[in-house]
Design a protein around this ligand. Structure first.
Ligand code: FUB
Length: 342
């Protein structure tokens, strides 16, 4: 069971009955699963975690991923197919390291893979790669998306066909180093210093019709409390950290994210894809592991959350993707999921 020594368990002694669901993939480590239904099949675009011995740092250097694999299945609970390497670091001309959480989208016969990576200066940017198949392989554009920065792109396409990219992450995701609109290498490694100032906001940009660039300005995503006030830096249980995702349910826009160092997956609801969004609460309690990162998708009339934990490795940076059902109540709220069975 759990308790103080849980982190010291050998892999062979992991008690699988502690977990709400089991890893979808166990022949390699996977994380940050972005799931989509394309052509009636479920495709998953995760990070591919590897152990290269890179020393741990607050900035997350040990999340040192080098490629992406694409996975698919015909139904929830069905066999998972590994389509192999969809994109490699060496095939991205501008990217030097750390292929972090990706997402995918489809428009006009083309599939798009969006991904963050550090450029030669050590600054996270967002790249895009294209394919005629949802399983790849994807060909990267020669340059990062102009005006992009930080991590964790999530692309949502509304019913009117307009697409938006949500992105940003604090601490290792560098969002706090961009407060002046320009990268400050001397900026904080964690939250901004003023605990009583408004917390850093995630970002949103409308995508151009060819999905290769931002159409207009990058804007702040406002996450407000129930009194209409923004959360403050000190509100670590509620404020945005990373892992943005948007889904639409009953005409409302649900902006969900990780609170990072407090390990919740939380959500906020709004009437426009650009926000503002009003915080509703956590919908998933902390998983086993430090990071929490998810996607929410409808499959045949039921809703699912794809997420990860560290069941297979007991190491923060070697994760495994999972899926669980997600329930919207009649009032639109999401039922709280407990990923660790007590
Ligand atoms: O996988 C690397 C980073 O860890 C992701 O980009 C974050 O969301 C966190 O899961």
């Amino acid at each position: 069971g759990g308790g103080k020594n849980a982190g010291k368990q050998e892999v062979s002694s992991v008690d699988t009955s502690r977990y709400l669901s089991q890893p979808l993939v166990s022949h390699m480590y996977t994380a940050d699963p972005s799931a989509h239904v394309f052509d009636g099949r479920i495709y998953i675009y995760p990070s591919h975690d590897v152990d290269l011995g890179t020393p741990q740092s607050v900035g997350g250097d040990h999340f040192d991923m080098r490629d992406y694999h694409v996975f698919s299945m015909d139904s929830i609970g069905g066999k998972v197919t590994d389509h192999g390497v969809g994109l490699s670091l060496e095939d991205v001309p501008w990217a030097k390291r750390q292929l972090w959480a990706p997402d995918a989208a489809y428009k006009n016969g083309t599939y798009y893979l969006f991904f963050p990576a550090k450029d030669p200066e050590g600054i996270f940017r967002m790249g895009v790669a294209t394919s005629k198949s949802p399983s790849g392989p994807f060909k990267a554009e020669p340059k990062p998306i102009e005006g992009s920065f930080s991590i964790d792109p999530a692309v949502f396409t509304d019913d009117d066909g307009a697409s938006y990219m949500y992105f940003g992450g604090i601490w290792g995701g560098q969002l706090q180093k961009w407060v002046g609109g320009k990268f400050d290498p001397k900026g904080s490694e964690t939250d901004l210093p003023d605990d009583n100032a408004p917390a850093l906001a995630p970002k949103v940009a409308k995508m151009s019709s060819d999905m290769l660039s931002f159409d207009g300005a990058v804007r702040d995503v406002q996450i407000l409390d129930k009194n209409g006030k923004p959360f403050l830096t000190k509100d670590h249980n509620e404020r945005f950290f990373e892992a943005a995702w948007v889904h639409k349910y009953n005409g409302k826009y649900y902006f969900s994210y990780s609170t990072g160092n407090t390990h919740f997956l939380a959500y906020a609801v709004g009437d426009s894809p650009l926000g503002p969004f009003t915080y509703q609460g956590a919908f998933m309690n902390p998983v086993h592991g430090w990071t929490s990162h998810h996607s929410i998708v409808e499959v045949k009339g039921k809703w699912y959350v794809f997420y990860h934990d560290t069941q297979l490795s007991d190491k923060t940076y070697l994760r495994n993707i999972k899926v669980a059902e997600l329930k919207h109540d009649n009032d639109g709220s999401i039922e709280l999921i407990e990923p660790l069975v007590k």
